[in-house]
Design a protein around this ligand. Sequence first.
Ligand code: SAM
Ligand code: SF4
Length: 434
Amino acid sequence: MNEYDSNRIADLAKQAGYIKTSNINNTDCYILNTCHIREKATEKVYHDIGRLKKNYKNKKKPIVLVTGCVAQAENNEMLERESYIDAVIGPQSYHNVPSILSKLNDRRKKLNFTDFDVVKKFDRLNTLKNSESKVSSFITVQEGCDKFCNFCVVPYTRGPEHSRSPEEIIEEAKDLIINGAKEITLLGQNVNAYSSNKKGKIYKFSDLIMELQNLEELKRIRYTTSHPKDMTNDLIDCHKKVKKLMPFLHLPVQSGSNKILKNMNRKHTREEYLSIIQNLEKAKPDIRFSSDFIVGYPGETEEDFYDTISLVKEVNFINSFSFIYNPRPGTPAFNFETINKEIQKKRLIILQNLLENIQTKENKNQVGKLKGVLIENKMKNQSNYFGRIRNLTPIVISNANEKDIGKIIDVRIKNYNRNTLFGVKENAEREVAA
Ligand code: SAM
Ligand code: SF4
């Protein structure tokens, strides 16, 4: 979602007369879009600005904007701690970027824009063409969170759940398709909590997927991130009915222990999670999963941790994110008693080794197979091309060419490493189904 927001911020800055540059040491304006999920991310902001100050020591100071969730959470504190920053702008206020830039051109005072006006933001963004021209593009369809997991800052930084109207989303999808998009990933903090209205009727996330599949030039649909609680039967059914919906789902579980899930206020049990996985597998037998895990959460015993390990073995996640629990000020869990750091680190290593082994084995199993690959782009400084198979695994193709970009072609898998597959194109003239 941060990548999507960054692109939209660039579109807004363009309206104020700025163009994107890769030369960060010679720019008039520097916008740092930030994440607040873990403490490290916040410190990274200050390090980046420290580096910037050094680089611009003998040059004209650029306008410096900090956008995103760190700006939201730290707002005035941030302006006081780092005088190099001109404005802090929360994730629901970045539609104000053009007016902020024009105000800052006179450089009078520090600005703080951290209102939660998500409706105004999307009203403004809808008037602006999404200029992204990537084969695989994103659309934010839902923002915010009402779930309040005990460890998480998102409900406080992104605000309450809000869904965009289907009309706005379809319009944006059409724009992206005109620009060359063949795959769209629908985004939201809890994307499957999406719920809107159309002609006086409730319009669900599954309705949105059904409508999107009718866009002819669109070949692949994905969505992320989902909450298990919102994995409704109609959505599971979509995985059976909608051919363009890819057989892969990122469905964070966080822990395999019911006691920890309860202490996290996750609102689902291990058994409920596993039953969703089973139902999805029934709907789409080749579907694969990834997850997020928090290791060393307050109160996690050896037994709780091994409940997570057994769940990983049961689901066989092909790709996942795992983190040591990071206490975040302002969240309920911040006041819980933490467990020993060495134990946390040891458990993270055990979990990550297991996840890596599963991922490597999965990739090894692909060798020799013929896979439909959507070719996204030529790789930087290489003659190779980059694409993804249906379950999202990245693949490097040695004999593709410019004409293959945006097409789904047959690729024979020749080699693998933990993260990536390597292959060669076959049946050059034939474009295959999604
Ligand atoms: N809404 C999604 C869900 O329900 O799982 C997750 C979105 S959250 C922005 C992304 C991931 O960050 C979470 O799944 C969780 O694993 C991780 N995370 C959030 N707060 C954390 C914390 N305090 N410490 C460690 N990891 C955290
Ligand atoms: Fe954070 Fe996701 Fe929980 Fe919301 S559902 S509080 S975004 S982890």
